[in-house]
Write a protein that binds this ligand. Structure first.
Ligand SMILES: NC(=O)c1ccc[n+]([C@@H]2O[C@H](COP(=O)([O-])OP(=O)(O)OC[C@H]3O[C@@H](n4cnc5c(N)ncnc54)[C@H](O)[C@@H]3O)[C@@H](O)[C@H]2O)c1
Length: 249
């Protein structure tokens, strides 16, 4: 098992990619702190881990844009499982609005969850990882962090920012044993995209890639497992694009 005995905090673990990561990491031996602002969905992920993966997990209802909530999620990992080895900053919300349709509240919300949430997670988890002399952070960015036209403006800016956080943390904390990488998913079938994918024209657009299908949460979970495990011990500050070839079309 690739994560035997490690403690993994995963945000947005109540759905989609986060749930996929939580289940796979538990199968690989990790103790999982499943974080979501929808408490019941985090609890359902824990139930699935306990029944399907025969693993150990705890649910935390927390909003990643709140420093207090992020403190509680990391404190839970320390109190329950003794520390933090892996942090997957994965929670996010979608936005498809162009610049002139974004009001102040929406801008603050998207940036607060998608970008500030990643910063807050790193800020609180890194000191715990430093105590262990080791840690792996995996941020879920997006192809919208590489391109201008894949999503709305606030989302695009937030995901460019996630790449900035990833590179900065990688550079600053690598010498102390902490690696930080980002995954850039393309279109993946999750709660975020399910309704969009029902529209045949959108589905055709999103599958006009070399691989000719949308991704599944398991595709992203495998990438996260690589970046969270010692298999990627020489990899930091990297962007792993998992998009069926969207950006090379
Ligand atoms: N689905 C895609 O096509 C796609 C593509 C690229 C990147 N992403 C990114 O992948 C990540 C996971 O998204 P998904 O597709 O699995 O979507 P999803 O909606 O299925 O899951 C996201 C989860 O995050 C939770 N969440 C949202 N805001 C939160 C907050 N403030 N605090 C705590 N939990 C919160 C939601 O309740 C949900 O359970 C996001 O960062 C998203 O931007 C998704």
């Amino acid at each position: 098992m690739k994560l035997e005995g490690r403690v993994a905090v995963i945000t947005g673990a109540g759905s989609g990619m986060g749930r996929g990561m939580a289940l796979l990491f538990a199968q690989e031996g990790a103790k999982v702190v499943a974080v979501d602002w929808v408490g019941e969905s985090a609890e359902e992920t824990v139930r699935l881990i306990e029944t399907e993966a025969k693993g150990e997990a705890v649910a935390v209802k927390a909003d990643v844009s709140s420093a207090e909530d992020v403190d509680r999620m990391i404190s839970t990992a320390v109190e329950r499982f003794g520390g933090v080895d892996i942090l997957c900053n994965n929670a996010g919300i979608l936005d498809m609005k162009p610049c002139t349709e974004i009001d102040d509240a929406w801008w603050d919300k998207v940036i607060g969850v998608n970008l500030k949430g990643v910063f807050l997670g790193c800020r609180r988890a890194i000191p715990e990882m430093l105590k262990r002399g080791k840690g792996a952070i995996v941020n879920t960015a997006s192809i919208a962090g590489l391109l201008g036209g894949a999503a709305g403006m606030a989302y695009t800016v937030s995901k460019h920012g996630v790449i900035g956080v990833t590179r900065s943390v990688a550079a600053q904390y690598g010498p102390q044993g902490i690696r930080c990488n980002a995954i850039c998913p393309g279109a993946v079938e999750t709660g975020m995209t399910r309704d969009m994918l029902k529209d045949p024209a959108t589905l055709q657009w999103l599958t006009s890639t070399p691989i000719r299908r949308v991704g599944q949460p398991a595709d992203i979970a495998q990438a996260a497992l690589y970046l969270a495990s010692d298999d990627s011990s020489f990899v930091t500050g990297a962007l792993l694009v998992v998009d069926g070839g969207w950006v090379v079309r």
